[in-house]
Design a protein around this ligand. Structure first.
Ligand SMILES: Nc1ncnc2c1ncn2[C@@H]1O[C@H](COP(=O)(O)OP(=O)(O)OP(=O)(O)O)[C@@H](O)[C@H]1O
Length: 342
């Protein structure tokens, strides 16, 4: 018997998750597990109840946290586990809109009974181990030492899927705000709106200490392949290779972007000459950087001279647990806020 904290996001999948949560609760209890319902009124309260469950659960192997919903609640649950009880396995019953984590796991996304059956089978064997990304803002009130890259734990976030910081993030954020249309079509609408006002970003990427060039359009640091409900932003990313896949495109004309972005659905954008793919275990996103030094010409794995310290920066994404900032000093203040997808 496993003591299971069931973290249902009743708002996920436009309310579908509430019913899926009831199915999961019944099936898990019927299978003899001790299920604690952690459903809360909002995301903040859900994070609190997950924390309480994990901290009060002891150190036994008989504990699990199960998320019911989409990638947002997976992110919430993963962050709770990694902050408070990293030994606890995370289970998922998909009931969200995009469900990209469920896609990465190959779980049934429209059949809760089958998904819970998969979960029950998984509870009976050792958990699968996957990479996670770490992102942090160095110097913001933390006293982290060199070992944690100057990023104290309260300022550290984890991501299971993809960290987006370019137009991919802007499109995703706008799609989340749209009430209509439903489903993947809203990303098309969001793209059209974002393209209309698009001017490009000034971001420079440093991958494992090597300058990977400018990224004015697309900036995705990927642990898994897809975002936005199956858009294959990093088609070759793997969450078991110990590396993050960095997919970038320099600032390009809107019409070129309009051609490339739809190709993200199939993952064929990576074959376009303006798109670079790099693999690294630590990535710096330098904001406000001039991209004159070889901007947009970086190639996967290419080694370049490390850039000069940046005046401002976005945080590092790293899978190793080490967060660094691209400032001259790790403790220097960094005014940045990338969007993080689970
Ligand atoms: N009661 C709640 N419990 C947990 N999360 C909640 C709750 N209410 C609102 N949220 C918020 O809802 C957000 C979106 O949830 P989630 O990702 O699970 O569903 P979705 O958006 O339908 O799916 P997807 O992200 O896969 O497209 C979460 O990031 C979380 O902050």
């Amino acid at each position: 018997m496993t003591r299971i904290g069931l973290l249902v996001n009743p708002t996920a999948g436009r309310g579908r998750a509430a019913g899926v949560g009831r199915v999961a609760l019944e099936q898990l209890r019927a299978a003899g597990h001790d299920v604690v319902d952690l459903t809360a009124s909002d995301g903040g309260a859900a994070a609190g109840s997950a924390r309480e469950f994990l901290l009060g659960g002891g150190t036994g192997d008989d504990l699990a946290l199960v998320a019911v919903g989409g990638d947002g609640v997976v992110n919430l649950a993963a962050n709770a586990i990694l902050a408070h009880a990293p030994h606890v396995p995370l289970g998922l019953v998909p009931a969200g809109t995009g469900d990209d984590t469920a896609r990465a796991l190959g779980l049934p996304r429209r059949d809760p009974v089958a998904a819970v059956a998969r979960l029950l089978a998984a509870l009976a064997r050792p958990p699968q181990v996957v990479d996670v990304g770490v992102v942090g803002r160095a110097g913001e009130g933390g006293d982290g030492d060199a070992e944690d890259g100057g990023v104290a734990p309260p300022h550290r976030r984890y991501f299971v899927g993809v960290l987006s910081a370019g137009i991919d993030a802007a499109v995703n954020a706008r799609a989340n705000r749209l009430r209509w249309p439903r489903g993947p079509l809203r990303y098309v609408v969001a793209l059209a709106v974002e393209l209309a006002g698009f001017r490009g970003f000034a971001i420079r990427v440093v991958a494992d200490g090597a300058d990977a060039g400018g990224a004015g359009t697309l900036v995705a640091v990927a642990n898994t392949r897809s975002i936005g409900g199956g858009m294959r932003i990093a088609p070759d990313a793997s969450w078991t290779d110990g590396l993050l896949e960095v997919v970038t495109a320099r600032t390009i004309p809107r019409r070129t972007l309009a051609v490339i972005f739809p190709r993200v659905y199939a993952g064929t954008h990576v074959g376009h000459p303006v798109v670079q793919v790099t693999r690294a275990s630590e990535v710096l996103l330098l904001r406000g950087e001039s991209t004159s030094t070889g901007a947009g010409t970086g190639r996967a794995g290419g080694r370049r001279r490390p850039p000069a310290p940046a005046p401002s920066c976005t945080p590092t994404a790293s899978r190793s647990g080490t967060c660094r900032c691209g400032c001259a000093s790790w403790r220097e203040r960094c005014g940045c806020s990338p969007r993080v997808e689970p």
